[in-house]
Design a protein around this ligand. Structure first.
Ligand code: 4AD
Ligand code: MG
Length: 471
C-alpha cells in the first residue's frame, strides 16, 4: 500500500481533466466506473473520485507488471491509485487522459454482487442502498449541489454581518405549537415511572422534564436577534407529522434568519434576495452537474432557475390569493374558501399557472398560523409570509413576530399554550422589545428545486420519513 496516502499532493479528477494539467506527473485515487480492454495491448479505466461528475480516462498498458495479475481483474466499483502523466487525449470526448506508470488496487468489487452494475437503476432501488448510491452520477451531483447551496447560504449571511447561532436540538418547547414532536427520553418504555394520579413522572426522566427534538430553531434565534440584531441558525429539525409525500421529511435541515428592527416587508426582501443568490451561485458554480440534471432529471431546471434569478417575485395577500383561486375556474380537490390552509394544489396553481414565478403570500388568517406571528389591525390576519415556487410549492415560511407582550400572551392563551412555560420568550417582550422578523428555508426543498429531483428523499443523504429510517 502506498506510503503517500493522506498526503495532500494527490490530484483530483477535476484537475486531471483540465488541459492545464497536460505534462504533469500526478498521483490520483478513486473508484473505477468502467474498464475497456483493447486487443492492441492496453486497457482504459474510467476513474471517478467525486470531485466532478466526469470521469478521467486512464491508459494502462499491458507492459505494466501487474497488468495480467491485477489490472485485468478490475471491475466497476474497484478502488485504485494511479501514478502517471497527464497527456492530451486523442479521443474527442475529453481534452486529457492519464498515461499510467503504475496502477495499484486498494480493493476489488465482485461484479456478481456489486449492486451498481447497471445504468438506469430506479431511485426507489437506490434508496435501499443508501450506502452505495453516492457513487452514482445522480447522487454525486446532488451531494455537490447541496454542498454549494450550504456554502452559498453561509456566504450570504456572513457577507451581511449576520451571526451564526446554534440552536439546541433537544428542547423543552414546541416552537410551532403544533404538537408534532419526537419525544426524547431515557425511560424504559415497558416501565415508565408514574405519579400517584397515574400521570407520567417526568421528574425521574433524564432531564427531569419532558423534552423533544426541535421542530425549529426560531425561538432561540429570536433570543439572539434581540441582542445581536441579525442572526441565523442552520441545523437539523424534526417533525413527527405523518406526511408521506415527495416534499416532506421527518428530519430536515432548516436555515432560519432572524432580524431585529425589521418588519414583514424587509423580511420578504431578504427572502427574495436570498433565494436569488443561492440559485445564481448554483448556476455559476455547478455548471457540469446542472447540465446533467437538465439532461437527465428535469429538462426545464436550468431555465427555471434562471427565470427565478431574473424575476421579481409576486407579492399578494392571502385574501387576494383566495380571490384569484375562487375566480380562476379550476376545480381543486380541496375547495377554496377564506380561512382554509392553502393546499399544495392551490400553491402550485398560483406559482405555476397564474403568475409563472415565485409568489410571496402574506397576511394569512390567524387561526391557521403559529402563535408568534404579529396580529394585524383587522384582528383576523397575521403578518405571515410563505414563499411559493413552481413544483415544490412552499419553500420558505416566515413572519413578523408579535412584539407586544399583551397581544402575544392572549394569542398564546387562545392557542392553548401554557404562558408560564414560555416565560423566557415573553421576557424578550418585557425587556426592550423590538419589532423583528424572520423566516425558515427548508434546505432539502431548496436542493430539490435546484436539481429538479422529484422526491425529497433523494436530496438528503439518509432520509427519515414515516416507516423509513434505514441506514
Ligand atoms: O413553515 P415552517 O414550518 O416554518 C417554521 O418552522 C418557522 N419557525 C420558520 C421561521 O419563521 N423561522 O417551515 C419552514 C420551511 C418550510 O417552508 C419548508 O421549506 C421546510 O421548512 N419544511 C420542510 N421540509 C421538509 N420536510 C418537512 N416536513 C418540512 N416542514 C417544513
Ligand atoms: Mg410553513
Amino acid at each position: 500500500m502506498s506510503t503517500k496516502l493522506g498526503e495532500l499532493n494527490q490530484t483530483k479528477v477535476v484537475e486531471a481533466l483540465n488541459a492545464n494539467s497536460i505534462g504533469k506527473s500526478i498521483r490520483l485515487c478513486g473508484w473505477v466506473r468502467t474498464r475497456r480492454d483493447s486487443k492492441a495491448g492496453f486497457s482504459f479505466l474510467e476513474i471517478n473520485d467525486g470531485s466532478t461528475l466526469k470521469n478521467v480516462q486512464v491508459l494502462a498498458e499491458a507492459k505494466l507488471p501487474n497488468y495480467e495479475s491485477e489490472i485485468l481483474k478490475i471491475g466497476i466499483g474497484s478502488s485504485v491509485e494511479i501514478e502517471g502523466t497527464v497527456v492530451a487525449s486523442p479521443g474527442k470526448e475529453q481534452a486529457t487522459e492519464i498515461k499510467a506508470d503504475s496502477v495499484k488496487v486498494f480493493g476489488y468489487a465482485d461484479p456478481l454482487t456489486y449492486p451498481l452494475q447497471k445504468k438506469g437503476t430506479s431511485m426507489e432501488f437506490l434508496r435501499t442502498i443508501a450506502h452505495l448510491r453516492p457513487r452514482t452520477n445522480t447522487f454525486g451531483a446532488v451531494a455537490r449541489v447541496r454542498n454549494e447551496i450550504c456554502k452559498s447560504i453561509h456566504n450570504f449571511f456572513q457577507s451581511r454581518g449576520f451571526i451564526y447561532v446554534h440552536a439546541p436540538i433537544i428542547t423543552g418547547s414546541d416552537c410551532e405549537g403544533a404538537g408534532q414532536m419526537f419525544k426524547v427520553t431515557t425511560f424504559d418504555l415497558l416501565d415508565v415511572p408514574r405519579k400517584e394520579d397515574k400521570s407520567i413522572d417526568f421528574e425521574q426522566d433524564f432531564f427531569g422534564r419532558p423534552t423533544n427534538l426541535t421542530v425549529s430553531g426560531q425561538l432561540e434565534a429570536e433570543i439572539y436577534a434581540t441582542a445581536l440584531t441579525n442572526v441565523y441558525t442552520f441545523g437539523p429539525t424534526f417533525r413527527a407529522e405523518n406526511s408521506n409525500t415527495s416534499r416532506h421529511l421527518s428530519e430536515f435541515w432548516m436555515i432560519e434568519p432572524e432580524m431585529a428592527f425589521c418588519n414583514l416587508e424587509g423580511n420578504m426582501s431578504v427572502a427574495e434576495e436570498f433565494l436569488k443568490t443561492i440559485f445564481n451561485d448554483v448556476l455559476t458554480n455547478c455548471g457540469t452537474d446542472m447540465q446533467f440534471f437538465n439532461e437527465r432529471i428535469d429538462k426545464t431546471v436550468i431555465e427555471t432557475l434562471k427565470g427565478i434569478v431574473e424575476s421579481d417575485f409576486v407579492r399578494l395577500s392571502y385574501t387576494e390569493a383566495v380571490d384569484v383561486l375562487l375566480k380562476c375556474g379550476e376545480t381543486f380537490e380541496f375547495p377554496v374558501s377564506w380561512g382554509i390552509d392553502l393546499q399544495s394544489e392551490h400553491e402550485r396553481y398560483l406559482t405555476e399557472k397564474k403568475f409563472k414565478k415565485p409568489v410571496i403570500v402574506c397576511d394569512y388568517p390567524k387561526d391557521i398560523k403559529a402563535f408568534y406571528m404579529r396580529l394585524n389591525d383587522d384582528n383576523k390576519t397575521v403578518r405571515a409570509m410563505d414563499v411559493l415556487v413552481p413544483k415544490v410549492g412552499e419553500i420558505i415560511g416566515g413572519s413578523q413576530r408579535e412584539e407586544r407582550l399583551d397581544v402575544l400572551e392572549q394569542r398564546m392563551k387562545d392557542a392553548g399554550l401554557d404562558t408560564e412555560e414560555y416565560w423566557w420568550y415573553l421576557d424578550l417582550r418585557r425587556f426592550g422589545t423590538v419589532p423583528h422578523a424572520g423566516f425558515g428555508l427548508g434546505l432539502e426543498r431548496t436542493v430539490q428545486f435546484a436539481t429538479g429531483m422529484s422526491n425529497i428523499r433523494d436530496v438528503i443523504p439518509f432520509p427519515r420519513a414515516p416507516k423509513s429510517a434505514d441506514f
